[in-house]
Design a protein around this ligand. Structure first.
Ligand code: M6R
Length: 596
């Protein structure tokens, strides 16, 4: 989705800071990019396509300024053209604006502005903003009030940054779309996401909905909708700038897959007491839910399916809903808890479901990776998964951390019996993941089956969400057809798709009934000549029916899903690499999906 960067006070370096910031925002997904430099005048350079095109344009025609804003656009209103790229300008060329989100009432405002003589240069909803600012300036408003007056007219979601010729400041407004300020001694920054300026500072201020800010080189102020000054807390980012680099790996995704042992350790740190078997999660208090509804999208939805299983196993009714379908969910009953699982904490569908849950009177909990995110701020409680920044669009380490955090949540809020074994398994998990990463033969599997027509993934119980996640990862980064099924469902329809050209990945762990039944399903596909890749800890005889075996260590049931999933991540990654796909930025996708 779109990204914003801005900076004031880096005289002579403003352009470099903006372009570097844009490159750090690339992972969010975009199809055009642009910058505006201000000072006495305002100059705008923007291009459709990759940031390299923008860089080339800036090399051909360099611009300077003491203040600047930049943007990566992910098209919503109008195709990805130079004209539709941000920043957008007013008629005089003295105002430049970048915007994330959607302005729902832009058409009526645009009609009104056109009737008043304003010329529009793009198809975007955003362009009404600089023209509204222009009109307010013409009426005598100062730049800060002009933006406030413009924002007063807008309905929808927005993070807006504006510069105005003659003022060395950036003016910003936030409603329903994230914005964070970065503070240094002699410069200030703003961005939709911390990585954009993390190389320069770790001191941040998260803006809340309805807040405005003015950034000067050596000062910053935040005000509310009425113009009253707001005292903001300055936070310190806990991760290093290097964490947003590739550290020698070919892709962020591979790096993040390999970061899983560390992420899992961080998730557990200080939250469990192995001797007593107790879990103590900071700030959660005594939740003791009588029922739980999970809401989430994509990979986080698969983690949420797993979370609901954990609660049901503990005897607490729990359901999982796709966040975008939550409107049709039954109202949460009694003392129910609604849990939004969201890596970014900014996914519009999930935020909307959580708001609906609050509206229905439920307590809400965000399970998120992102400190200061909207989900974290709006929910009654937050459980951070502590995975560190994830740049690859495909979620990898955050899924592992979500599963680990959901185990902690269930153990801490719905205890059943002695938790010591489960806690010990979670403690051993990072080491086992490391071992698996060191010894995985996933690359061989990828080589063998890179030309397959489609890939199917099957599993039961905790391995069912893993099957769904394995398929999502495969389709997302290889662009090949892939589906995940509950293993028992295969014979109720999908078996018709199974051929010698459709490898079936079967997750078979433990020696219980679910594992044995999955072996039966493996026999069914083997009888139809499909190649079988068993992801197994070797406790059944599934290897007799498999063409290839990917080993996972034996462990407690609460930890096996993470391990099996790591093998599937690696198969997808290596397949995508062999196929030459854009692994970190798959086509059409964005890291943080801030529209419904
Ligand atoms: O930030 P969120 O966890 O709320 O994102 C939800 C999905 O958009 C996300 O998990 C998506 O499915 C992943 N990129 C898939 O790898």
């Amino acid at each position: 989705m779109c990204g914003i960067i801005g900076c004031v006070g880096r005289d002579g370096e403003t352009l470099d800071v903006l372009v570097h910031g844009l490159s750090k925002l690339e992972y969010r997904g975009y199809d055009s990019a642009g910058v505006a430099l201000g000072g006495n005048g305002v100059s705008v350079t923007k291009r459709s396509g990759r940031i390299e095109r923008l860089r080339d344009a800036l090399e051909d025609d360099p611009v300077e300024g003491s203040v600047g804003i930049g943007h990566t656009r992910w098209s919503t209103h109008g195709p990805p053209t130079d004209a539709n790229a941000h920043p957008h300008r007013d008629c005089t060329g003295d105002v430049a604006v970048v915007h994330n989100g959607i302005i729902e009432n832009y058409q009526s405002i645009r009609d009104e502005l056109v009737a008043a003589g304003h010329d529009f240069a793009s198809d975007t909803d955003t362009e009404v903003v600089p023209h509204l600012v222009e009109a307010a300036l013409a009426d005598g408003a100062d730049p800060e009030s002009a933006l406030r007056q413009a924002v007063d007219r807008l309905e929808g979601s927005f993070a807006i940054a504006a510069i105005v010729a003659g003022t060395a400041a950036v003016f910003v407004a936030r409603n329903d779309s994230p914005l964070v300020l970065g503070l240094d001694d002699d410069a200030t920054y703003l961005a939709s996401d911390v990585p954009a300026f993390r190389d320069y500072t770790d001191r941040v201020v998260y803006l809340a909905d309805g807040e405005f800010a003015r950034l000067d080189a050596d000062d910053w102020t935040v005000t509310d909708e009425t113009g009253q000054r707001v005292q903001k807390e300055v936070d310190t980012v806990s991760w290093d700038a290097e964490e947003t680099g590739k550290s020698g790996y070919d892709h962020f995704m591979l790096k993040e897959i390999h970061e899983q042992p560390r992420a899992l350790r961080q998730c557990l740190r200080g939250r469990v007491d192995e001797l007593s078997g107790s879990v103590d999660i900071e700030d959660l208090g005594d939740l003791s839910p009588t029922g739980v509804q999970f809401v989430a999208c994509g990979t986080s939805y698969h983690a949420a399916l797993y979370g609901a299983q954990l609660y049901r196993q503990a005897g607490i009714p729990a359901q999982t809903f796709l966040a975008s379908e939550y409107a049709t969910a039954p109202p949460p009953i009694g003392d129910a808890l609604v849990v939004g699982v969201t890596q970014s904490g900014e996914t519009a569908d999930t935020l909307s479901a959580l708001r609906e849950a609050r509206h229905r009177g439920a307590r809400t909990l965000a399970v998120t990776n992102t400190v200061g995110s909207t989900a974290a701020r709006e929910c009654d409680h937050t459980l951070y998964i502590r995975a560190g920044p994830e740049i690859g669009v495909a979620a990898s380490k955050t899924f592992a951390s979500q599963l680990s955090a959901l185990n902690l949540l269930a153990l801490g809020t719905a205890p059943v019996g002695d938790a010591r074994e489960a806690i010990a398994a979670l403690r051993d998990l990072p080491g086992q993941v490391q071992e698996l990463l060191d010894e995985s033969r996933a690359q061989e599997v990828a080589q063998l089956y890179q030309d397959a027509g489609a890939y199917f993934f099957i599993g039961r119980g905790h391995q069912h969400p893993v099957a769904l996640e394995g398929a999502l990862k495969m389709k997302e980064i290889t662009y090949k057809h892939a589906e995940g099924f509950a293993a028992g469902e295969l014979k109720h329809g999908p078996l018709a798709l199974v051929t010698e050209n459709t490898p079936v990945f079967a997750m078979v762990v433990g020696d219980g009934e679910q594992a044995r039944k999955t072996v039966g399903n493996v026999k069914e596909v083997e009888a139809r000549d499909a190649p079988v890749v068993a992801v197994t800890d070797g406790q059944t005889d599934v290897d007799r029916y498999a063409d290839y075996v990917l080993d996972v260590p034996e462990t407690h049931p609460c930890a096996s899903a993470v391990l099996a999933n790591v093998q599937l991540q690696l198969v997808s990654y290596h397949t995508a690499k062999l196929l030459g796909r854009s692994i970190d930025k798959p086509r059409n996708l964005a890291k943080s999906v801030t529209v419904e």
